[in-house]
Design a protein around this ligand. Structure first.
Ligand code: F6P
Length: 354
């Protein structure tokens, strides 16, 4: 029998469609086990600032179809300080919160590890439109964000077709090109620029010129944000100068983060939320709920964070060496899978670009 009688749930970092579904699933799964649920408002800042409220089934019943997060979100810098963490632990003690489920991205998971180390069992659920958490194939919010992007690009395509124009479209993703490459494929873009693979500016221009010569009127080029010289109107100008096709630049920005969650995000959130409660009540801590090859699995957060840092080139050798040969092989396979994914998707985007 678990010692846990009351759990907290929070959403942190950039909001993601489906966060509400994760909160709802956590709340209902816990209540069904006779566990009380405390909603922590504004991510970790709710713990630091003592801003919490009890959640009932009624509180979460109406949020099933809503984007954003009803628990609000924040990137809380004070929480990263010793003083801030002490306040967070004091809030947990005050409300007798025996464990926490934290929904968010890699920053959220760092906070989860800190809380776990301070004696508050914490479990992470990946929620980020960027889908940039290496240990999970899928993060809640990604599908909704991509569906929003293709709707926006289809609209841009309509007007490009009418006016014989090209549109460079910058999409979110932080440093990950998943949203860009998938939506490029889905919208028949003539080019795609992401950080994971070499940039082929000359090839994109050559393709526009060739398709234009064959009578094509509209062109879309998708660029992932934060790529210097490309996520920039200057890239549109270079295309225009080299092709004589009038070229506009559109930055979709936070539009991509809003909107009602898709079925994929709702169902994944339901599965991950229910699983997180099961693991917490089963005595687990400092793990992240992941999806791998269609299955929901749980990984140690430190292990998941190391895989993430290796993939992002941020890991120091000693961080890797502390794992067994078998664990290192698993991490490297995860990293390679991600790298290959981008190569394959970009090859497909190129093959069927138009
Ligand atoms: O991590 C999600 C994300 O939307 C990124 O795609 C983007 O770079 C960042 O957050 C924007 O953050 P903010 O909401 O602080 O502007």
């Amino acid at each position: 029998m678990s010692n846990i009688k009351r759990i907290g749930v929070l959403t942190s970092g950039g909001d993601a469609p489906g966060m509400n579904n994760a909160v709802r699933a956590v709340t209902l799964a816990a209540l069904a086990q006779g566990i009380e649920v405390i909603g922590i408002l504004g991510g970790y800042s709710g713990l630091v600032k003592d801003n919490v409220r009890t959640l009932t089934a009624k509180d979460v019943s109406g949020i099933v179809g809503n984007g954003g997060t009803a628990l609000y979100s924040d990137r809380c810098h004070e929480f990263k300080t010793e003083k801030g963490m002490a306040k967070a632990v004091a809030t947990c003690k005050k409300y007798q919160i025996d464990g926490i489920i934290a929904c968010g991205g890699d920053g959220t998971f760092r906070g989860a590890t800190d809380l776990s180390n301070l004696g508050i069992p914490t479990i992470g659920i990946p929620c980020t439109i960027d889908n940039d958490i290496t240990s999970t194939d899928y993060a809640i919010g990604y599908d909704t964000a991509m569906n929003t992007v293709i709707q926006m690009i289809d609209r841009l395509r309509d007007t490009c077709e009418s006016h014989a124009r090209c549109n460079v479209v910058e999409v979110m993703g932080n440093h990950a090109g998943g949203i860009a490459v998938q939506t490029a494929i889905a919208t028949g873009a003539v080019g795609c620029v992401i950080a994971e693979t070499p940039i082929e500016e000359d090839a994109i221009i050559a393709k526009i010129n060739a398709h234009k010569a064959a009578g094509q009127r509209s062109f879309i080029v998708v660029v992932s944000e934060l790529i210097p010289n490309y996520a920039d109107p200057a890239f549109a100008k270079r295309i225009q100068d080299a092709t004589e096709v009038e070229t506009k630049f559109a930055r979709l920005a936070h539009v991509v983060r809003g909107g009602d969650p898709t079925l994929r995000d709702r169902v994944t959130a339901a599965k991950m939320g229910a699983r997180a409660v099961k693991e917490l009540l089963g005595g687990k801590s400092n793990i992240v709920v992941c999806e791998q090859n269609g299955e929901i699995v749980c990984l140690d957060i430190n292990f998941a964070q190391t895989a993430d840092r290796i993939y992002k080139g941020k890991a120091k050798p000693e961080e890797i060496e502390k794992y067994s040969a078998e664990e290192q092989a698993i991490i490297m396979a995860t990293v390679e899978k991600k790298q290959n994914y981008f190569k394959e998707m970009m090859a497909l985007a190129d093959e069927i670009s138009g």
